[in-house]
Design a protein. Structure first.
Length: 98
């Protein structure tokens, strides 16, 4: 079962963003992205507003009334438990609890 824990600051900010988006199909998607270039590159978890894709290839959970989606491939790598907090710049910092 997918489990996402939000800090109070992250929850408040995400609710604002979802209200601004004003789209019933909008979800917060956690995905794995490559950051950096060449030998200094690495993979990180990032989050953005997106729409649902294939329900057979992703899992969805509602946290504090907001939908979050993660692709099954990402769950296979990082597990199903995540903490989300805001960093000093107000951007989401996602940590897998594997």
């Amino acid at each position: 079962m997918l489990n996402i824990t939000l800090s109070p600051e992250a929850a408040a900010r995400f609710k604002e963003l979802l209200a601004e988006e004003d789209n019933e199909d909008a979800v917060f998607r956690i995905r794995e992205v490559k950051v950096g270039m060449a030998c200094k590159s690495h993979m990180e978890l990032r989050m953005g507003i997106d729409e649902r894709e294939d329900e057979d290839e992703e899992q969805e959970v509602t946290v504090e009334g907001m939908p979050f989606v993660i692709n099954n491939d990402v769950i296979d790598i990082y597990g199903s438990d995540y903490d989300v907090v805001l960093d000093e710049n107000g951007l989401p910092n996602i940590t897998a609890k594997k």
